[in-house]
Write a protein that binds this ligand. Sequence first.
Ligand code: 5CA
Length: 463
Amino acid sequence: MRLSRYFLPVLKETPSEAQIVSHRYMLRAGMIKQSAAGIYVWLPLGFKVLKRIERIVHEEQKRAGHIPMLMPTLQSADLWRESGRYDAYGDEMLRISDRQGRDMLYTPTAEEMFTDVFRSYVKSYKDVPLTLYQVQWKFRDEIRPRFGIMRGREFYMKDGYSFDLTRDDAMHAYNRHLVSYLRTYERMGLQAIPMRADSGPIGGDDTHEFLVLAETGESEVFYDSRVTDIRLGARDIDYDDKAQCQGVLEEFTSLYARTDETHDEAEFATVPEERRRSARGIEVGQIFYFGTKYSEALGATVADENGQQVPVHMGSYGIGVSRLVGAIIEASHDDKGIIWPEGVTPFHVGIVNLRQGDAGCDAACEEIYTALCGAGLEPLYDDREERAGAKFASMDLIGLPWRITVGPRGLKNGVVELTSRRTGESEEMSAEDAVTRVAEIYAPHHEAGAVEPMAGRSFHTWL
Ligand code: 5CA
């Protein structure tokens, strides 16, 4: 993309309404624009990051064997009356009536809808286990929408629902989700710690929230500092292997880590004092096992091996896709702007032409641009007639992890400059070497997503 042809409405002033850094930078970098309280326009740059995050979520869900589909956002109240949640959900549910006076609602979550699909088609134990999911807009009429997209009223969520014959199988679905979530967040350059939590209006006994530690987080958390040393890394996971998934869950959840809702002072006191931490965190996902709560209410049963009708055991699993955009910025920025992790960056590398209009510089930039595109990368080429200082400031603000700077002085010596946004370190090298280096940096990220059924790169191959 050439910046002269893009739409990147960068702001010079710091917007006064933004209280936390991610909100400030998202507004300044031209990623979002507020439309109403807790409702945002996703401008091109923000939309791109949102889609990068969504893609990783899809890839990891697919890898774990889960099946994507899509539910309507407007749903009939009748279905929610069956579960009892139409009345129980309270003011967070946006209720609408259509021209016939029928009660409708904008989906705040989708347990009922998925359970209804299941009960309509699945009749036998042979058709489970089954995990269906979607990435879809949700609406919750939050009392205090704040921090930009972090606590929005409209937000983008991945929500998955598992259906199993037995509790034991359902616990495997729960464990499998936990493992797939760890991988999902790590690919985004985040550490999200699973913590024992409270289930709220979704219900159920077993639930973990995934928290990214950040001073601006809304949740208060308590943990053993050793949990921050554990990584999933590149280990091979067989998602059908019950023992392996259970083992990973134990590894990640044996140490003390809880949100304030389930915090237990007495148990916390058994953690050696020097390892006890209390901090704040951003909740970027939550998984629930709730047994037969919805399947019994809605009559989602299957015939077991003896022909007996039994309600299925269920769980639901959420990832805050739009909230992740903010969480990643909270975890990765400096005083000049955002620093995108390679896994989610909107463009892989910026090209800054220090002397636009100079034949040599223009030609070198064009060559680098073409070579990067040829290597399957997406560069953002700042080809505007602007001062070098202004170009650098915009690049730093929007936070691309790598920058190639092309100027007349370097070109005389046959070199350009490759700069890391994170460290600020620059290295001179030939234009060819810079392209090769950037391609090498991104190779593992391409591979991570290159599982067989979605090896291609177009939108449709996510699904
Ligand atoms: N049905 C279950 C799991 S699919 C569910 O709704 N879970 S949830 O309520 O925990 O939401 C899932 C995730 O969505 C949360 O972990 C959080 O990251 C995100 N989320 C929830 N409310 C908001 C909000 N108001 N703004 C932005 N993200 C939100």
